[in-house]
Write a protein that binds this ligand. Structure first.
Ligand code: C2E
Ligand code: MG
Ligand code: MG
Length: 935
């Protein structure tokens, strides 16, 4: 029964104080709890709504210096995220911890180890990883260096055992922990397995000095420290020996350990998704040459690295006990705070109200009943908490599944009935090896917790990634009694990340790399070329008249052209090279490893440019019509890092404008010197293409003589007399003919003409016995059907093959040994003989030479030139003559210019000679008069 006052309020304590009325009291408490919860859950949004976003940055120098360093980054974020003000708050470790705990910062930039702790304690997530500049090079990772003095001869991790070690301080990741872990993996524990371990504190130079001065045998520093000291002149890198050195392919600096991701940029839980997405994009878009990167002394930000291995190391090294090792209540509170607070508060209220009602009237019993309803509600809430969106599996100590929630069923496809009684092995994908699971179990046994990404298999067979946290629950006796696994299906997140990465790095229309990715690849190519001392090249392609197509046919047709241009470019350069679209109709092509010779590299680039111009010159079929849209190309070469990637792009672009000015549809080099050379070669090439049909070639003959100076034959030497210029030396035009493939037609002509000459000689008594040597280029020799060509030339002209000699060079015979030998044998079977020209300049081994069906070795003129003056040349020439004798080959010396050379050669056993001392190359009619034959 309810007893009511006249005003309708319950009787009892109204006379004392209204505060004490049960509903009022309950309402106040609930109200307070609810508003606290509301404020708590709104906390994140408040800062953002106010328009100021606070970024907490860990300071390891002064706060002012740190704030100044990141100021421009905040400006860059403001420019990219309109309507928000970004404030940098530099803090030392403890202050930053407190700010994160109370939620007064939205984003955090801190060192990786600190991140692991923050993630464990407050659930912060990494959005991006900083790429600092290390010695001018961008790196998104860092590691540790373990080193000794060069003279101490330590190289292996095991050499560290029993030595005196100097490190930074126990909690330093790069200055101790990473190295400690590397040694633990090799079975060496610190400090027990070393003679002495001393922590010298910042700066890291202390460690280096201790090792150099012999106060310690082994030092630990972070990557980059040694190079930085070397750059300042405080150290010569030859003074030290890196222990367990890792390949430079893995990392550009000295390194002894595994690598870990650099500083992460973190977002606090509760920050609106839109904002964190916008900030992520803005960070990834910061360009290396922007004020933000410049002032921040970094290269940019990359998508977040994987920090799980680092966490595993910290757990295994038992670093930060209490902050990392013990998972449990704090994490559960952290994860399910809202339902727990509501549930517990309601339980508390209900219990208090129940106690109160024991002493009060029925009405109060009713109120208690009401409280109990609330308690039931709390239980229901707890049940709802179990049914979160995250999958939950609870197993017993032997890993049998006791319970799963609905999210588990949704993600895996297994119903509770199907899962219960099984082990989680039910979900194994087969993607992880036994070691992976071994590590997981050993972590669970040793530290009570494992967290990481794992690939599992759904009931329908589909494999998917999940983020999994497994916690061991211990009974009061400390024995593990249950395992609780909580997981989220991250398939979608991964897809979004991949999509995000794609969007930031690729052009959406053509699928080519965008400017950002191209710049990265160019930067990479710059390092590679600097190291290998090779040239690389950059081509800037711009379409002439693209605007016309866009304006007359519309943008959609314009887009079709751009897509087709991209396809054609990729087709020419192949998938391996980088082709990018910088925007509009500007495309770039990166060509690496062009060799160490500048002229050669320029020639190759020019060839590539020509090939590109050719495909871009083809017509486009658009809207039922045929359109042309040729291009202009600017080219620049690079080798060392004198220019930045951005400067190189600029140079190539400038050269492209010059190409346009020069009449479009052409190529222009940025370097004027190279451009002149390239232009000359282009002209030469153009003239050479016409030379055959214009009949500008003729042959000269240089006699080859015997021991008494009698003529035994001659070598045919090609001459080119273009209309427009003087006689061109074969050493100038033969390489061009080789490169362009013109040598095939020219060589064919030489062969035919030489055979005709041979026939003429064979018709005269005085010259009948003369042999004629013809030079054969590599490309000609390796061309299919070459043997056939020679046979036909002999047949057509009627020349006697026994007097024809083909001169091959060593280098061309080294290409495809078996094919070469077969071809040479086929040529020999025609009846002709083979001579090895320029002998001594190649790398033929004796064993190889023995297998070749040769008749003659021709000593290269570079050795002949200095005989009598150079002991080594004397020795080489004598050796060649000896070698020829032992292989039963004839030997001839070319380039004989003096009587002394001739005498020495004769003295050493050489009986055949060619050179200015006897005769210069001459037209055929002069040869005839030499033999006393009328022309
Ligand atoms: P090679 O086959 O080694 O020809 C010998 C070169 O040495 C010729 O130069 C010749 O004029 C030069 N020479 C001869 N005696 C002396 C001497 O006493 N002192 C000096 N300093 N030089 C001497 P050339 O005619 O300028 O030819 C250069 C190269 O061009 C030839 O070297 C050969 O590799 C190539 N070549 C010439 N004609 C042809 C041809 O018809 N086909 C092909 N594929 N290559 C040819
Ligand atoms: Mg020759
Ligand atoms: Mg020669």
């Amino acid at each position: 029964m309810q007893i009511q006052r006249s005003d309708g309020r319950p009787l009892g304590y109204g006379g004392r104080s209204a505060r004490w009325r049960p509903e009022g009291w309950l309402r106040v408490v609930l109200g307070a709890i609810l508003s606290a919860l509301l404020i708590w859950s709104m906390g994140a949004a408040l800062a953002v709504e106010a328009g100021t976003v606070r970024i907490g940055v860990l300071a390891f120098r002064s706060l002012e210096q740190t704030e100044a360093r990141w100021q421009e980054t905040a400006r860059a974020l403001e420019a990219a995220v309109p309507g928000q003000r970004f404030q940098i708050v530099a803090m030392h470790n403890e202050a930053l911890d407190a700010a994160v705990a109370e939620g007064s910062v939205d984003f955090v930039l801190t060192q990786p180890e600190h991140y692991i702790i923050l993630r464990n304690q407050h659930g912060l997530t990494a959005l991006a990883t900083l790429m600092p500049l290390a010695g001018g090079k961008p790196v998104a990772q860092f590691g540790g260096v373990i080193f000794s003095r060069a003279q101490d001869g330590l190289r292996d991790l095991h050499d560290v055992a029993g030595k005196r070690v100097a490190a930074l301080y126990p909690n330093s990741l790069g200055g101790f922990r990473i190295q400690q872990w590397e040694l633990v993996k090799a079975g060496i524990n610190l400090p027990s397995d070393v003679a002495h371990l001393e922590f010298l504190g910042q700066p890291q130079d202390n460690v280096v000095s201790a090792v150099l001065q012999g106060r310690a045998d082994v030092g630990f520093v972070r990557t980059g420290v040694l190079e930085a000291m070397a750059a300042e002149g405080a150290l010569r890198l030859e003074q030290i020996q890196v222990i367990n050195p890792q390949s430079a392919k893995v990392f550009p600096q000295l390194l002894s350990t595994q690598l870990y991701p650099e500083w992460p940029f973190l977002v606090r839980r509760g920050v609106p998704k839109e904002l964190s997405k916008a900030v992520t994009l803005a960070l990834l878009n910061i360009a290396p040459d922007s004020p933000a990167a410049y002032t921040g002394q970094y290269y940019g930000f990359s998508p977040p690295g994987d920090y799980t291995p680092l966490e595993a190391v910290l757990l295994r090294l038992r670093a930060h006990p209490g902050r990392l090792q013990h998972f449990g209540l704090a994490d559960i509170v952290d994860k399910y705070a809202l339902p727990l607070v509501v549930g517990l508060s309601l339980l508390l209220c209900a219990a208090l109200a129940g106690a109160w009602l024991l002493f009060q009237d029925r009405r109060r019993i009713n109120a208690a009943l009401h409280g109990l309803e609330q308690a039931e509600a709390a239980q229901r809430i707890a049940a709802v908490a179990f049914e979160t969106q995250e999958g939950i599996v609870i197993t017993d100590a032997s890993n049998r599944i006791l319970r799963v929630n609905q999210a588990f069923t949704q993600v895996t496809g297994y119903s509770a009935a199907e899962a219960e009684g099984q082990t989680p092995a039910l979900l194994k994908s087969g993607r992880h090896d036994a070691l992976f699971y071994q590590h997981m179990w050993s972590d669970l046994q040793n530290y009570g917790r494992w967290q990481g990404e794992i690939w599992n298999r759904r009931k329908n067979g589909e494999i998917y990634p999940e983020w999994l946290t497994v916690t061991a629950v211990r009974d009061p006796a400390g024995q593990i009694c249950h395992y609780v696994a909580i997981f989220t299906d991250v398939t979608e997140r991964k897809a979004v990340e991949a999509q995000l990465e794609y969007m930031t790095l690729y052009d959406s229309l053509t699928g080519l790399a965008n400017r950002r990715l191209f710049r990265d690849r160019l930067q990479q190519a710059l390092y590679t070329c600097t190291r290998s001392r090779q040239y690389g090249g950059l081509l800037f392609v711009d379409l002439d008249d693209f605007r016309y197509i866009n304006d007359t046919l519309g943008h959609s047709r314009g887009d079709d052209v751009l897509v087709e241009v991209a396809r054609r470019l990729v087709e020419v350069v192949g998938e391996a090279a980088t082709v990018a679209r910088l925007g509009g109709d500007d495309f770039t092509v990166l060509a690496g490893s062009l060799g160490t010779d500048l002229a050669e590299a320029a020639a190759r680039l020019e060839q590539l440019g020509e090939a590109l111009l050719q495909v871009l010159g083809l017509s486009y079929h658009l809207a039922g019509g045929e359109y042309h849209c040729p291009a202009s190309i600017g080219v620049t070469l690079f080798m060392d890092q004198r220019e930045s990637a951005e400067e190189l792009i600029k140079h190539a672009e400038l050269a492209m404008y010059q190409a346009k000015e020069g009449g479009r549809d052409g190529i222009c080099f940025y370097d004027p010197g190279i451009q002149v050379e390239v232009s000359h070669r282009l002209e030469l090439e153009r003239d050479l293409r016409l030379a055959l049909q214009r009949g500008e070639f003729f042959l000269c003959y240089q006699p080859q003589v015997g021991a008494d100076g009698e003529i035994l034959g001659a070598e045919a030497l090609l001459r080119w007399q273009p209309e427009s210029r003087g006689l061109v030396s074969p050493s100038l035009f033969i390489p061009v003919a080789e490169r362009t493939g013109l040598i095939l037609a020219i060589g064919h002509w030489v062969l035919e003409s030489a055979c005709q000459q041979l026939v003429l000689w064979q018709q005269q008594q005085a010259t009948r016995h003369w042999t004629l040597a013809v030079n054969i280029s590599a490309r000609q020799f390796h061309q299919a059907g070459f043997v056939e060509q020679v046979r036909e030339a002999l047949l057509r002209t009627g020349a006697d093959a026994r007097y024809l000699k083909l001169e091959l060079t060593e280098s061309q015979l080294l290409l495809d040994v078996e094919d070469t030998i077969a071809k040479m044998a086929a040529l020999r079977s025609l009846g002709l003989s083979l001579s090895l020209d320029d002998f001594g300049t190649g790398y033929s081994s004796l064993a190889y030479l023995k297998r070749l069906p040769l008749g003659q070795l021709k000593i290269d003129q570079s050795f002949v030139r200095d005989i009598g003056k150079s002991d080594s040349d004397d020795a080489i020439v004598q050796a060649i003559i000896g070698l020829a004798g032992s292989l039963s080959l004839e030997v001839i010396a070319e380039g004989v210019e003096t009587g002394q050379q001739r005498d020495l050669l004769h003295q050493w056993g050489c009986r055949h000679f060619q050179g200015f001392y006897f005769h210069r190359p001459m037209p055929a009619r002069h040869m005839d008069s030499l033999a006393g034959v009328a022309g």
